[in-house]
Design a protein around this ligand. Sequence first.
Ligand code: MG
Length: 441
Amino acid sequence: MPVESATREKPSSDLRGLVVALDVDNTLLHLGADTYARTVREFLALHDLGVPSDDAVRAYEALRAGGGALARLGLGNPLHLRGHPHALAALCLTAATNPRLLRDLDLDGTEQVARGRVLADLFSLHRATRTGSIEVRVAAERQVRHFCRYDRRAEHFCVEVRRVAALPLMQSWSRQYATIEDRLEPDVDVRTPLQTLISRGATLVAISEGLLSVQTEKLARRGLLDLFAGCVLATETAAAAPGAEALHARLDDALEERHEAAPEQVRVWWYFRDLLEMWAWKSPWFYARCLHAATADSSHPQAALQALKLADAQAWRGRPLRLVMIGDRHDKDIQPLLDLFGPGIGLKVRLRQGKYAHLDPEMQLPPERRPDYTFSNWDELGDFLLNRLPHVPVVPVESPPDILPRGEISKDDIATGLRSDLEVVRRLAAAARTMLSWTRQ
Ligand SMILES: [Mg+2]
């Protein structure tokens, strides 16, 4: 076929120095447009909840959206761990009405509404920690922590979720999720074009929101992990800077009043915890961290990301990074890079496949905010990568990108951070100070 003959004609190193970054879900994993919806529907239909199918799906999706709140109770977060038995158990505890299922799970159906109120309270308290000044968010954080730790309804809910989730019925139900997803995935050859990119000198990285173990396991299941050895860059890794656990533990102690801490001290810990949070999603600053990692150690960017390695201005001048970013979502894979660099730097490619393929936000945007290329399947994308990409100029990133929003950083916060006895706070403050110095170089 034309793709293969063109491949043979090219010299082996025509893409040397190019970093090709690929999103994972709905990009490397080429899920069909309705695969996710069909997976959830088939998965939930394995046992009759006693409610209409649409209501079951809505309740499940509400639990996934509130996954961060469930994690506060020490439960699995279904946002990243789809089909987790804790999510299934919470679903049954709040939405199931089928008497037989309730009997099998030893659940009292008359308590469903009360359990639903516990969840609603938890979600509402969790949301309140996301808005307002640091002082307002710290106060909201104290409230939600108090609720999770001391509210007897929350405690009872958590015990019941764990009991139900451990039942053989729920364990086997949960295991079916990955099986259904695998069966519904279309058979598309992603590996051949990627292998060819590597053989021509390009470096591949996978950039993903979520847990490193989950994303690497998905790539392994699709037989792609060896192409990304040491190059899977997950938000979880970026947000878990060395020493971050000590910072979270110190905040825990202060917020739950196990140890006394001055309000100013809590404020600075919270401030630096916020910096970690900014890397926990596909923000422009998370992408900046990934690009620093790829520049600081192009062979093992995953390790560089974990170590919070930053490449200095000299490194960027010596080896400017030429980036091609490929992803299925404008808001997660294209827009953050535009926010970071503005238009014209690197190459932004949207692959409109999967559950977000129908979203067409770029058509409402001015041309400079749109992707450079858009394709609707891997046949088109593969043809572009193999035959056209070598001829497309990719403007390099010439200077180190910001790893944090500048407006959020004050010299006082940095100075206070550098005086802290917490290693991670000192490192973050030093990283912020380094970043502010880049423009002077
Ligand atoms: Mg995606």
